[in-house]
Design a protein around this ligand. Structure first.
Ligand code: SAM
Length: 272
């Protein structure tokens, strides 16, 4: 998993995997979560059937058709123009589904206009994402949910490869940050499945440095001795938070921003 430090004020976080290797990233998206575990957990946190969904950092729109199956409307938001265009093409025939170019810090959506803000491996990587959290809160209706999906850096073997490339990444600080912002955290054991070794290699090579990719590929080959399809376990975190409905217990605040965040801004790396 590559880390491109960049400035903390940079509004768009570089995502070299999908920006420069879109075809391999499509293979990765198809391989991920073949048993639907992430979708199951998301649905338990907030069922979007008949409701309005915003997918933030939607890339080329891979997840939009899934939401569109039973959501009332789906809005994909993506800052990188070529991806936003491809996402729009992907959903062109889907009623109630559209894509707007925009970013987490200034969402192109009205106040209180959606019921679910979903972001998968996009923008919400820990300290530094507060502006996006405030925007998500603005566009959510009371009672709506923000659902953040990211890789679990503590889960083996994939997390070990990430830690090798991100030696300064502090998963505990990241989890504390989301906890301090009022999020719950669920760990999800998912499985990636590739048609063959070539597909697996093409994906691991866009996610890791050359040295780590070589190690990861060798380990996946050891896990799959039969040839043909290749699978590997990959852990995820799902962070979920519900926007208060406005009923405030006396002595408590409805303000979603804690007055004294437990984690101050840090140099936490971003996973892209
Ligand atoms: C690793 S990709 C994931 C794309 C998509 N969610 C998926 O799972 O296929 C991360 C995406 O976040 C987008 N991104 C970067 N900075 C962003 C920002 N400030 N607000 C919203 N999205 C951003 C990138 O352009 C990229 O498309």
């Amino acid at each position: 998993m590559r880390w491109f430090p960049g400035s903390r004020s940079a509004e768009v976080l570089p995502s070299p995997n999908i920006w420069y290797y879109q075809q391999a990233y499509e293979v990765e998206n198809r391989a991920q979560d073949v048993e639907g575990e992430i979708w199951r957990v998301l649905r338990e946190e907030c069922d979007w059937a008949g409701r309005d969904v915003l997918d933030l950092g939607c890339g080329d729109g891979f997840h939009l058709p899934y939401f569109a199956r039973d959501a009332r409307s789906v809005l994909g938001v993506e800052p990188h123009a070529p991806l936003a265009r491809d996402a729009a093409k992907r959903v062109a025939e889907l009623p109630g589904t559209e894509v707007r170019q925009g970013r987490a810090q200034r969402l192109p959506a009205e106040d209180a206009s959606v019921d679910v803000v979903h972001a998968r491996t996009a923008y919400f990587f820990g300290p530094g994402c507060e502006p996006g959290l405030r925007e998500a809160e603005r566009v959510l209706r009371p009672g709506g949910s923000i659902l953040i999906v990211d890789l679990d850096v503590t889960s083996e073997p994939y997390g070990g490869w990430m830690r090798a490339d991100l030696p300064h990444y502090d998963p505990v600080a990241v989890e504390r940050f989301f906890e301090a912002q009022g999020f719950g955290c669920r760990r999800v054991a998912a499985r990636w499945r590739f048609a063959d070794a070539a597909a697996m290699e093409s994906v691991l090579k866009i996610e890791f440095s050359a040295k780590t990719a070589e190690r990861a590929i060798a380990e996946v080959r050891r896990l799959n001795t039969g040839g043909g399809e290749m699978t590997l376990p990959v852990g995820y975190r799902v962070h979920a938070r519900v926007k208060p409905t406005g009923l405030v217990v006396p002595g408590h605040s409805a303000d979603p921003e804690p007055s004294s965040p437990a984690v101050s801004s840090s140099t936490s790396p971003r996973i892209v």
